[in-house]
Design a binder for this molecule. Structure first.
Ligand SMILES: O=C(O)C1=C[C@@H](OP(=O)(O)O)[C@@H](O)[C@H](O)C1
Ligand SMILES: C=C(OP(=O)(O)O)C(=O)O
Length: 409
C-alpha cells in the first residue's frame, strides 16, 4: 500500500489519541503469563509482534513462525529451551534469519539447553528441544542486544536454581533490562542488578493479579515529531501514559524540550504542547539507551532544518533493517546532507525539503512512521505503508484523526 500524505488543512485537530499498549511490556507480560497462568493483562498491545508472541506461546511442537518480531524470537528461544516436553523449530521472516541470536543460544546451551541451528550458525531458524535447566550461572556479551538478557531473565524465576548472569562489555539498551527486572519485582520475584551482575531468584507461584501495560512510548515519538513540526500553539493529547514509566523511550519528553515541545502529565494522559521554536541549533544525543527513537529524532531534526549528531546507534544495523543505511538513503532523497557510520549519524542543517518524494520502508515500521510527520512540511509518499502494523496498526487512522491527509495511491 502506497500512501500520499498531505499537509493538514489548518492547525492540527485537537482530538485525543489512545495509543496501543507498549509492545515491549506486552511481550514480557505475555511470557510471564505463560509461566504464571493466574496473571491477567490490561491494555495489551494490538501489534503484530504481540499477536505472534501470544500465538507462539500456545504452540508445543512443530514450527513457530514469529515473522519480524525480534523480542518474540529472543524471548521464545529462552522459553522453549526451558520447557520440558516441548520441541519446536523457531523461525521468522527472511530478515529474522539475518538477525544474530548466537549470544543467546550459547548462553542457553551453556546452561544445559539443547538448541541447534537449522541453517546458518548464529542465526534463526533454531531447533529447540525443551529441557529442565538446572545450571544457574552464565556469562554473555551485553553490547549487541539487551533482548538476549531479558529473554534469560524473564524465564529465570521458573528455573530450579534461579539465574545469575555476568554481563561482558558495555551494556546496551539498559532501560529494557530494567523494565524486565521491574516487572519481576511487581510479581515479587526477588532480583538484583549490580555492576555487571544480575541475579534472579526462583519463584514457583505468584499472586493472582492484573498487570496494566502502559501505552507505547516509541509510538508516542511520532506524535512528538508532529508536535515539533507544527505551529506554535498546537497540542496533541495521548493516553494512557504515566510519569514514572518503565519504558526508556519516555526520555522523549526531555529530548523534545529542545524542539520547543513541552509535555504536560495529566491524569493518565500526556499533552504535547508546541510552545516555542527550537531552543538549540544542533542536537547532540547518545541514544544507546533508546535506539528505537533514533529514526524519529533524525527526521524531526531534518524537518526543523536543524543539524544533529546522534551517537550510540551501534544496534541499529541489526534491527528490522539496517536503519542507518535506510536513513541515509531516504533522507538524502529529501535533500538532506547526512553522513552515517556504523554507530553515529550526522545531519547538516538543510535549506530545502524536496516535495513528493516516495519513501521506501524496508519492512521497517519505524521507517514509515518516522517519515510521516514530514507531511507538516511537504507532501510525501510512503511505500508499503502497511508495515506499521508491526507495532502500531492504527497509526494511519490516528494520523488522519489529527487532520493529516492520508490517501491510498
Ligand atoms: O527488549 C525489548 O523490548 C527491546 C529492546 C531493544 O532491542 P536491543 O536491546 O536489541 O537494542 C529495542 O530496540 C526493541 O525494540 C525492544
Ligand atoms: C527493534 C525493534 O523491534 P524488534 O527488535 O523486537 O524486532 C523495534 O520495534 O524498533
Amino acid at each position: 500500500m502506497k500512501l500520499h500524505l498531505t499537509l493538514p488543512q489548518s492547525n492540527l485537530i485537537k482530538e485525543a489519541v489512545k495509543v496501543t499498549g507498549s509492545k515491549s511490556e506486552s511481550n514480557r507480560i505475555l511470557l510471564l503469563q505463560a509461566l504464571y497462568p493466574n496473571l491477567e493483562i490490561d491494555n495489551i498491545s494490538n501489534s503484530d509482534d504481540a499477536q505472534v508472541m501470544a500465538k507462539g506461546l500456545k504452540i508445543a511442537s512443530g514450527v513457530v513462525d514469529i515473522h519480524h518480531a525480534g523480542t518474540a524470537m529472543r524471548f521464545l528461544t529462552a522459553y522453549f529451551a526451558s520447557q520440558e516436553g516441548k520441541e519446536v523449530v523457531l523461525t521468522g521472516s527472511q530478515r529474522m534469519t539475518e538477525r544474530p541470536i548466537g549470544v543467546l543460544v550459547d548462553a542457553l546451551n551453556a546452561l544445559g539447553a539443547e538448541i541447534t541451528y537449522e541453517k546458518n550458525a548464529g542465526y534463526p531458524p533454531l531447533k529447540i528441544k525443551g529441557k529442565k535447566l538446572t545450571d544457574h550461572k552464565v556469562s554473555l556479551p551485553a553490547d549487541i542486544s539487551s533482548q538476549y538478557i531479558s529473554a534469560l531473565l524473564l524465564n529465570a524465576a521458573k528455573l530450579e536454581n534461579g539465574l545469575e548472569l555476568a554481563l561482558v562489555g558495555k551494556i546496551t539498551s539498559v532501560p529494557y533490562i530494567k523494565m524486565t527486572l521491574a516487572l519481576l519485582t511487581q510479581l515479587k520475584i526477588e532480583n538484583s542488578f549490580e555492576g555487571n551482575s544480575i541475579k534472579v531468584f526462583p519463584k514457583k507461584e505468584v499472586k493472582t493479579q492484573t498487570l496494566v501495560v502502559e501505552s507505547d512510548w516509541s509510538s508516542a515519538s511520532y506524535f512528538y515529531s508532529i508536535a515539533a513540526l507544527s505551529e506554535i500553539g498546537s497540542q496533541i493529547t495521548l493516553s494512557s501514559y504515566k510519569k514514572n514509566s518503565l519504558q526508556g523511550d519516555s526520555v522523549l519528553s526531555k529530548i523534545y524540550t529542545s524542539f520547543g515541545v513541552e509535555t504536560v502529565y495529566q491524569e493518565n494522559s500526556i499533552i504535547l504542547k508546541k510552545i516555542a521554536n527550537p531552543t538549540i541549533e544542533n542536537l547532540e544525543w547518545d541514544l544507546a539507551n533508546a535506539p528505537d527513537i533514533a529514526q524519529t529524532i533524525a527526521v524531526t531534526c531534518f524537518g526543523l532544518q536543524m543539524s544533529c549528531y546522534l551517537t550510540g546507534l551501534h544496534t541499529l544495523k541489526i534491527k528490522e533493517t539496517d536503519r542507518l543505511e535506510a536513513l541515509d538513503v531516504e533522507l538524502s532523497k529529501l535533500g538532506a546532507a547526512i553522513t552515517v557510520t556504523d554507530k553515529t549519524l550526522t545531519l547538516k542543517a538543510t535549506t530545502a525539503i524536496h516535495a513528493d518524494v516516495a519513501i521506501d520502508t524496508y519492512n521497517d515500521h519505524r521507517m514509515a512512521m518516522a517519515f510521516a510527520p514530514l507531511a507538516l512540511k511537504t507532501t510525501i509518499f510512503i511505500n508499503n505503508a502497511e508495515v506499521v502494523s508491526k507495532s502500531f496498526p492504527d497509526f494511519w487512522r490516528d494520523m488522519a484523526t489529527l487532520g493529516i491527509g492520508v490517501q491510498v495511491q
